[in-house]
Design a protein around this ligand. Structure first.
Ligand code: 13P
Ligand code: SF4
Length: 308
């Protein structure tokens, strides 16, 4: 069977089973093509609430499917590949953050959405990379504990000098692996290109950028810019999608090593198997108690209220 034939089968099964497919933009091209909604973490959280479909299949990582389930508890939500987890989401847990809160109860805990549902239950507000700055600025408190990504936290902190923002050592191993040397090499090879980065990169790399933004922020910047050449400092799929969407522009991935293994383990056959396995128990369904949903959803609702 060809990729196109498998995609056709998936589109047909999607209709028959009343399923919507949500795919993060780090997913491969053939998956993005069969999705109903694509975009960054913030957009997908909001999109999850918009669909009327009975089932959702998430092509992304575990915390994203969990977020979709919390926002649409009446729907059945599946993660297309059960092993797709975000290593950053596992770096801190509720016990650790509760202890820090007990020590400094006047700090508002701002959690990057890349966290587990259980950790979200002890946080005050969630943010994504596209909403973090806006939300931190909108908070009516100046004392903040920002978890778990110290690089995104540093980016926000630099732009909110009046706020007391405490950071912890956490972050995305994929983005944090980008070095200043790699940026210098890419800039030397493409001297006319603008350099765009994700705020999960280390501060020294972020300092070299012409634009800093989320996945969607970077994609929109390229599409709307009059410039013709761009070095992309985020997951390589973004470079690939952009080259398809903007054939007249030159898109250079900063390095071909910028691959999130977890985002890349989902395949088209995984999506097909999830669609055919929803009723026999073989598909990976996100199951959460009502109590967990109620508690973990609060900081997400707050994010949508402040970031919308
Ligand atoms: P955004 O989707 O917010 O750009 O985040 C990127 C990411 O690493 C998701 O895990
Ligand atoms: Fe997690 Fe980084 Fe992969 Fe995003 S790119 S899913 S933050 S490991």
């Amino acid at each position: 069977m060809t990729v196109r034939e498998l995609q056709e089968k998936i589109l047909q099964l999607k209709k028959e089973t009343d399923t919507a497919i949500l795919a993060h933009s780090y997913q491969a091209r053939e998956i993005v093509e069969i999705a109903d909604f694509t975009g960054d973490s913030y957009k997908l959280s909001v999109d999850a609430t918009k669909t009327d479909a009975k089932n959702i299949i998430f092509c992304g990582v575990h915390f994203m499917a969990e977020t979709a389930k919390m926002l649409s508890p009446q729907k059945r939500v599946f993660l297309a590949n059960k092993d797709a987890g975000c290593p950053m989401a596992e770096q801190m847990d509720a016990e650790m953050i509760s202890a820090l809160k007990a020590a400094e109860p006047d700090r508002t805990v701002v959690a990057y959405i890349n966290t587990t549902a259980s950790l979200k239950t002890v946080c005050d507000v969630c943010v994504t990379s596209s909403s973090a700055l806006k939300i931190v600025k909108a908070l009516d408190t100046d004392k903040i504990l920002f978890i778990p990504d110290c690089n995104l936290g540093d980016y926000v902190k630099k732009q909110c000098p009046d706020k007391d923002i405490k950071l912890l050592q956490g972050g995305c191993p994929t983005h944090a692996s980008i070095t200043v040397k790699a940026v210098e090499k890419a800039k030397a090879e493409h001297p006319d290109a603008l350099f765009l980065v994700h705020p999960e990169c280390v501060p020294k790399v972020v300092a070299l950028a012409d634009y800093v933004g989320s996945t969607s922020g970077i994609m929109n910047y390229v599409k709307n810019s009059d410039a013709k050449e761009f070095i992309i400092g985020t997951e390589t799929s973004i470079s690939e999608h952009l080259q398809y969407d903007c054939p007249e522009k030159k898109i250079y991935p900063l390095t071909k090593d910028l691959v999130c293994r977890n985002m890349k383990i989902t395949t088209l056959p995984d999506v097909y198997n999830t669609l055919t396995g929803m009723d026999d128990g073989s598909a990976f369904e996100i199951l959460m108690s009502d109590e967990l949903i109620a508690a973990a959803r609060k900081p997400i609702d707050e994010m949508i209220r402040l970031g919308g």
